[in-house]
Write a protein that binds this ligand. Sequence first.
Ligand SMILES: [Fe+2]
Length: 240
Amino acid sequence: MRGFSIDSLKLGPMENFIYLIHDHDSQRTAVVDPAWEPQRIVERARELGVTITDILLTHSHHDHINGIEAVLDQYDAPIHLLKEEARFWGADIGRPVLHHGGDTLMLGSTPIRILHTPGHTPGSACFHVGDRLIAGDTLFVYGCGRCDLRGGDPNQMFDTLRKLRADLPPDTVILPGHDYAVSPVSSLAEQEQGNPFMLIDDRQDFIEYRMHLHDRCRHEPYGPEDRDALIRMIHSGRCN
Ligand SMILES: [Fe+2]
């Protein structure tokens, strides 16, 4: 077993991260959320000397999928996503491979565990590979995905983030879907210490902050927050 590597590209006006998971045994390579500049994804695959064999989607928002067609022009690759997301999306994407939360997709010798993490969209997924979590728009470094778009639900996001904390080891490396923060990657332990969405323990406080205060009061790049200051802000309804 020769392991795997994960490569990232930052592409497009919303600073999306696109990831390539490369299984060294089989040379199979999956691209996660191909978007914006697909020719650069293809170039990177060529530089690495690999063929893209699979397309994985964390969710169906335009900024994560708008490079699928161009990748498919170059490679034959099945599209993998959660059944809930395919239903929510409703697009005709040929014959996708539909998964359920908890499934493991084998990329050659590399297991990719598919976690169902609703909140940003009903069928959002995170991909757990080794000690890495490709988190899409579920968990950002010091942030989380919006819950006010169609299909979003802050109640579900609250539960999803609690479950990730409970289920994953603290040294898990978080690979987010956008570069919104002071650093492009972080550990789950670091997020437990400073991510506001992990610091707020009360469900109603969480919903209030996610839906009403966060976008008004917080600016990029996101950095660590202080729990007491957050709670003061939520209870006063005013930005600190
Ligand atoms: Fe999104």
